[in-house]
Design a protein around this ligand. Structure first.
Ligand code: SF4
Length: 364
């Protein structure tokens, strides 16, 4: 096979034959081996949809508890459509990528009016629903023959077919090749069986080939594929966080742009500072009487970005929202965006993402 252009005509037939055998091999294996997961208890489209959005960038274990809590609070699409954003973000706290929650709600408002779509093409018209998610929901909830090709499925198929093209180019190709292999019944289970095999047997490192139902068919039988592109290095940003605390109340602001938009955050200057520099920064900003507590450092990793942070608790009775950014400095938001809230309320009610939540340990 040409690694740039894909399989030649004769090869295509062999691939189609191999793919056509998948349902007969995978469905009995799936029945025996599938994990018991909360979202597998129902094929209700709302529940399937919520789980697929949560699982887009979150590990299964981390998503389980959030999924239960989310559906206990918002059991129907109408409840989600009507939920206020503060509550929604609180329910999403810990899952990260808050734009998913915002899109989910925008889409829920459309569905609450017009009903659930059925086909993958219709699902893709909703905010936050891409090819993979549309295929997964349409096949699982509506038994449509629509493939859902994510990283797990790409890995399984690249190894099965011995396809050495780069991972990034395989997604669309595999979706087109897999669609005709869908069985007449149990289409949702077929989709899930491929995902499950990738998640539990055909894992990125050390696949368990001897326990794999596709062993006899597989052309790779190792972790040699898929071929990966070199990843661009993540951008690193240094930040100094200030937690203004008057003994009961904390200053924080709501992020209105960029990563974590819509969540709450502590004031952060866009450079690293040692203790002396931090004190000088605050004096330059107009803070007179304050004490700096012991700092802590933490690196938060996003998919494309890393924040290297040092956080200082600042014990003061002065109003931090009246400070002014010293000349030549930059910050994620102006001091004037700060609002005060009781520390207990921040812990309980505010969507403080994990990128900031670790700082709370610095306060008494
Ligand atoms: S035999 Fe191994 S490499 Fe091939 S599909 Fe199964 S687990 Fe993956």
């Amino acid at each position: 096979m040409n690694e740039q252009t894909g399989p030649a005509a004769g090869e295509k037939d062999g691939r189609a034959e191999a793919l056509a055998r998948l349902p007969a091999l995978l469905l009995p294996w799936y029945d025996e081996n599938k994990r018991s997961l909360p979202w597998r208890e129902s094929k209700d489209p709302y529940r399937v949809w919520v789980s697929e959005i949560m699982l887009q960038q979150t590990r299964v274990e981390a998503a389980k508890e959030h999924y239960r809590r989310f559906l206990a609070e918002l059991p129907t699409v109408a409840d989600l459509a009507a939920c206020d954003e503060k509550k929604l973000f609180k329910l999403w706290e810990g899952l990260g990528y808050y734009s998913r929650a915002r899109n989910l709600q925008r889409a829920a408002r459309i569905v609450a009016e017009g009903g659930f779509p059925r086909t993958a093409q219709e699902w893709k018209k909703l905010p936050g629903v891409g090819d993979y998610t549309a295929g997964a929901i349409a096949s699982i909830a509506f038994e449509q023959p629509s493939p859902a090709v994510d990283g797990n499925v790409i890995r399984v198929l690249a190894r099965l077919l011995g396809d050495g093209r780069e991972q990034e180019t395989l997604k669309g190709a595999f979706a087109a090749e897999l669609a005709p292999a869908y069985p007449p019944a149990r289409r949702g289970d077929f989709t899930q069986s491929l995902m499950e095999l990738g998640a539990t047997v055909c894992t990125p490192a050390a696949p368990q080939c001897l326990a794999c139902p596709l062993f006899s068919l597989c052309k790779t039988r190792s972790d040699a594929l898929p071929r990966r592109k070199e990843k661009a290095a993540r951008r690193r940003l240094q930040k100094t966080l200030f937690l203004f605390f008057d003994g009961a109340r904390l200053a924080l602001y709501r992020r209105t742009a960029g990563v974590l938009k819509g969540t709450y955050a502590f004031f952060s200057a866009e450079r690293a500072m040692n203790g002396e520099e931090a004190a000088a920064f605050l004096q330059g900003a107009g803070l007179h009487r304050f004490a700096l507590g012991a700092p802590a450092a933490h690196t938060h990793v996003f998919s494309h970005l890393e924040w290297e942070m040092t956080a200082y608790p600042v014990f003061t009775q002065e109003d931090a929202s009246a400070l002014r950014l010293p000349a030549g400095e930059s910050a994620d938001a102006p001091f004037s965006a700060l609002l005060y809230a009781e520390k207990e309320a921040v812990v309980r009610e505010f969507s403080l993402p994990s990128a900031y939540r670790w700082c709370l340990a610095l306060l008494p």
